[in-house]
Structures are given as structure tokens and as C-alpha cells.
Design a protein around this ligand. Structure first.
Ligand code: PHE
Length: 339
């Protein structure tokens, strides 16, 4: 029996298999119930008692060797299979999944693009400001409610340092330094102390605009805004200007566009009026020009300011302002197709 075991062990260690079928045949020949190794186990009954220990060990070893051999052959076969698989070098590369632009960035960029076509460039300034640039230079009387703790975030206990409530502060900074003509846009984040809800947040984004030159008139303002509305919301869009009040413009107006959701027929979004308000505007108050070192007898100008969230809501019908700052990818991925 010892001889037989030895002979089988040699046989097994010399085995080769060129495919899965051959390997299976080997397994059946040696390790199946009626295979050679199993046969030896059957003969084990006849082994004299004093040899049982030794033979038992040898038999177990043989079984293990056979199993190991089969495993190694199997591994060799499967790694060979992987190696011979042809790679298709002509296949186009898999498209990388790029991130999406935030809807507010998309709309801000679009506003900038539209105005850039009529000569507006971009200027930016600090979000942490002083009272002069946010209020003082812009004609806000000391008791104006916008200065109130309700609306403005003040920094530490110094009421002179605050988070800007509009980007008009950048207009002031530019006018203080630059001689007209000035034709600029002021995009940026602004802060107001409001309770957070679906329609208000403690911060939002604005794009303001300023044009100062000789003989700039209200008609120029109206024409620029009409052009903007049609570019942004479609050629059929109409505008209307309603008289309003801002400390830094005179005269001042608020601009509505014909509701782009119902086409002006009336719907819940426009509260059945057919019109939605999108921005504030007016002729820069001569006092503001003076405050910034520009001679109001020589120059005049117009200014306007809009909330990017508002424009985005109108364009994409986003119903809850909070979605813009929650970074929920399910929301952000909806803008994947828009560039
Ligand atoms: N600064 C104003 C606001 O934040 C918007 C505005 C800008 C109005 C320019 C008129 C002219 O509400």
C-alpha cells in the first residue's frame, strides 16, 4: 500500500491540465467518490493495526497533495484566461463624470454674460464692510431701518464693522477710486439678519450694476434693463417700471417682468397679476456721486440691483430657497445638463 501511495503521489505531482475540462477529468480520476485516492481509503480497512497510524497519515497527506495540485492548476488556468483576453484599444475612453455647476453660479454667470455684451465688466469687494461703504456714502439717514440690528449683522460690538447687506458697497469703493466712465457689475454674497424659511435666508446673492458717464439718462437705464429681460427670459418678455424709493437713487423704480411661467396670463407664482418683480433701480442720487468724489454737474449715472436667487427661482422654478445652500446632490445634479 505504501508503494501505491508513493506511486500515486508522483503521478499527481506530474499532472498538467490545458483547460477546465481536463482539470475536471483529473479531479474525477483522483478525488471523486470512486477515484483512486478514495479507493485507497477503502483499502485502509485491510491494513494491519500496527501500520494503521503510518498509513493513515500518508493517505491524508496524499489527499491534501491532490487537492492542492488541483487548486494550483485551476489558478494557473484562470490567470491565463485573463491574460489572453484581448483588450479593445479602439474603444472610446469612458467619460469622466464631471461635477455640476451650482444653479446660482449658472445664473450669475449668465447675468454677467448678458451685460458683458453691452460693455459691462465685473468688480468685486469685501463682504466685511464698514458703515460708510454700506450705508453712509449711499445716503442712508442714521435712523434708516436697514441699519437696524434687525437687518444687519454687526461684527463684535463695533457697529462700524458689519457684513454688507448689498453689493452697493462695492459701487462706492469703485467710485471713490475710479474716474467715469464707469460701467461695472457687482456680483457677490450679501447678508441680512432674517429668520431662515423657504423664502428668506440670512445670506443671498446679488448682481448690481452701475453706469456713470456724461449724459446718462433714465431712458438708457430702461433700455439696458429691457435688453437684459429679453435675453434672460426670452424675446417675448415685457417689462414695467414702478416708482419706488431707495436712499441712493433718485428717481427710483422697481422693475417687473411679464410672468415667464404663465406668460402674463396670471398664475399662483405671479399672484395672478401677470407680473413678477425682479429688481430695483434708479438714477444715482447726486449726493452719492458727491460723497464718492464725482461731480454730479458733470456726470450722471444709473444703478440697478437684483437677487440671483430670485432670478434663479424664476428660471428654474425652485420653490424653497434653502435648497440653494443645503448641497443636496440630488438637487444639484438636476443642473448637470446646463452649462
Ligand atoms: N442695493 C439695493 C438692494 O440691495 C438694490 C439696488 C441697487 C436698488 C441699485 C437700486 C439701485 O436692495
Amino acid at each position: 500500500m505504501k508503494e501505491k501511495i508513493k506511486q500515486l503521489a508522483n503521478e499527481i505531482s506530474a499532472l498538467k491540465a490545458s483547460d477546465i475540462e481536463e482539470l475536471e477529468a483529473i479531479r474525477i480520476k483522483y478525488l471523486s467518490k470512486k477515484g483512486e485516492v478514495s479507493n485507497l481509503f477503502n483499502e485502509f480497512r485491510n491494513v494491519p493495526n500496527e501500520e494503521k497510524k503510518e498509513m493513515g497519515q500518508l493517505l491524508n497527506q496524499l489527499k491534501e497533495t491532490a487537492q492542492e495540485k488541483i487548486n494550483t492548476l485551476k489558478d494557473a488556468l484562470s490567470s491565463n484566461a485573463a491574460g489572453t483576453q484581448k483588450e479593445d484599444l479602439t474603444r472610446t475612453a469612458e467619460a469622466l463624470k464631471l461635477g455640476t455647476r451650482h444653479p446660482l453660479s449658472l445664473v450669475r454667470n449668465e447675468i454677467i454674460h448678458i451685460f458683458s455684451k453691452i460693455g459691462f465688466a465685473v468688480a468685486e469687494g469685501p463682504e466685511i464692510e464698514d458703515d460708510w461703504h454700506v450705508f453712509g456714502a449711499l445716503n442712508f439717514p442714521p435712523e434708516h431701518p436697514a441699519r437696524d440690528m434687525q437687518d444687519t449683522f454687526f461684527i463684535e460690538k463695533n457697529p462700524d464693522i458689519l457684513l454688507r447687506t448689498h453689493t452697493s458697497s462695492v459701487q462706492v469703493r469703485v467710485m471713490e477710486k475710479q474716474k467715469p466712465p464707469i460701467r461695472l457689475l457687482f456680483p457677490g454674497r450679501v447678508y441680512r439678519n432674517e429668520a431662515i424659511s423657504y423664502r428668506a435666508h440670512c445670506f443671498f446673492h446679488q448682481v448690481e450694476g452701475l453706469y456713470i458717464d456724461k449724459d446718462v439718462s433714465f431712458a438708457d437705464l430702461r433700455q439696458a434693463l429691457l435688453y437684459f429681460a429679453k435675453e434672460m427670459f426670452g424675446a417675448e418678455t415685457e417689462i414695467r417700471l414702478r416708482p419706488s424709493y431707495f436712499p441712493f437713487t433718485e428717481p427710483s423704480a422697481e422693475m417687473d417682468i411679464s410672468c415667464n411661467i404663465c406668460g402674463g396670463k396670471g398664475c399662483p407664482f405671479c399672484k395672478h397679476t401677470g407680473w413678477v418683480e425682479i429688481l430695483g433701480c434708479g438714477m444715482v442720487d447726486p449726493n452719492v456721486l458727491k460723497n464718492c468724489g464725482i461731480d454730479p454737474d458733470e456726470y450722471s449715472g444709473y444703478a440697478f440691483g437684483m437677487g440671483v436667487e430670485r432670478i434663479t427661482n424664476l428660471k428654474y422654478q425652485v420653490k424653497d430657497l434653502r435648497l440653494f445652500s443645503e448641497n443636496d446632490v440630488r438637487f444639484l445634479e438636476e443642473f448637470e445638463a446646463v452649462l
